[in-house]
Design a protein around this ligand. Sequence first.
Ligand SMILES: NC(=O)c1ccc[n+]([C@@H]2O[C@H](COP(=O)([O-])OP(=O)(O)OC[C@H]3O[C@@H](n4cnc5c(N)ncnc54)[C@H](OP(=O)(O)O)[C@@H]3O)[C@@H](O)[C@H]2O)c1
Length: 336
Amino acid sequence: MRVMSIQGSFGLEHLRPEERPEPPAPARGQVLVRVRAASLNYRDLLTVVGVYNPRQRLPLVPCSDGCGEVLAVGEGVTRVKPGDRVITCFAQGWPAGDLTRDRARTTLGGPLDGVLQERMLLDEGGVVRAPAHLTDVEAATLSCAGLTAWTALTSGGVGPGDVVLTQGTGGVSIFALQLARLMGARVIVTSSSDEKLARARALGAWETINYRTTPAWGARARELTGGRGVDHVVEVGGADTLAQSILAARPGAQVSLIGILSGTTTPLDLVSVLMQGVRIQGVLVGHRDALEALARAVEAHALRPVVDRTFPWTEARAALEHLQAGRHVGKVGVEL
Ligand SMILES: NC(=O)c1ccc[n+]([C@@H]2O[C@H](COP(=O)([O-])OP(=O)(O)OC[C@H]3O[C@@H](n4cnc5c(N)ncnc54)[C@H](OP(=O)(O)O)[C@@H]3O)[C@@H](O)[C@H]2O)c1
């Protein structure tokens, strides 16, 4: 069977097709999945270029988020049956509870081989039934970006009437916009592009701020809430955005620290955090039970993830370059 793998050394030019033996019949507790679609994350790009984990052993099949059909199941499998459509869990060994170091080592697309392969064997606990109304690519977007936004918002107890601020219009942030609206919150979206902000308004954003033309967007967000401040910030910018996020936040707000798009270290005025009791909460995707809860919510509300563009999997490199260029809104998909 064919896979796409990073071969020899890191770099987009080293992502190439490879022929591998068919997986064996599923053993006890395992499922064999025919992968039909994948969705890309910024992490996949960082993995392929060797920034995410430079010590990762190669060859590696990248990408964590897949959707496919169960072809066969091993003895004792009860969660799914042949013919079911499933999505892959980002961390294969994290069913529920807190993240541990061992659980963090079970992520697809590094250190474990990811979903850019025609067929793959997984433990039954590493897959979740896909919502019926979604296409394969749409369903694949839930594994990481969807679940990360869900974990952030649910851990922050977002509810009706809250104001959530999201940064940019990438995969995680657009999911956060859609899910926060589903939870009854109003959403302020920031972006570098007025065109993308118009898309965000069409998707239900309450207010929008261009962070290029309004560098003091934290104060602007506070103004938009009548001086109260926002209840929750979905922080994906990292180094260059955290200080503005804290300025935007109301006392007691949660800043969900998810991304580091602009860097990993920043001087921070600690007084502003402690005097306002702001909670900075690190988020790492989420566990399987949360993915199941997300899939139920998405199905119940017929929510459709926003897919910017889909590529054939043989053009995975072009798909990653599209993600790298940053012109997308929402998710970039790959069809196998
Ligand atoms: N912790 C976790 O569990 C987790 C899970 C998923 C992703 N992440 C991380 O979260 C970040 C976003 O991931 P993604 O998959 O959503 O990425 P993405 O789809 O590539 O989206 C990136 C978008 O973020 C915006 N952006 C870029 N630099 C920014 C800045 N300095 N300030 C504000 N916005 C900025 C841009 O939107 P505009 O063009 O609209 O300005 C850009 O299009 C990445 O760092 C990723 O590694 C973390």
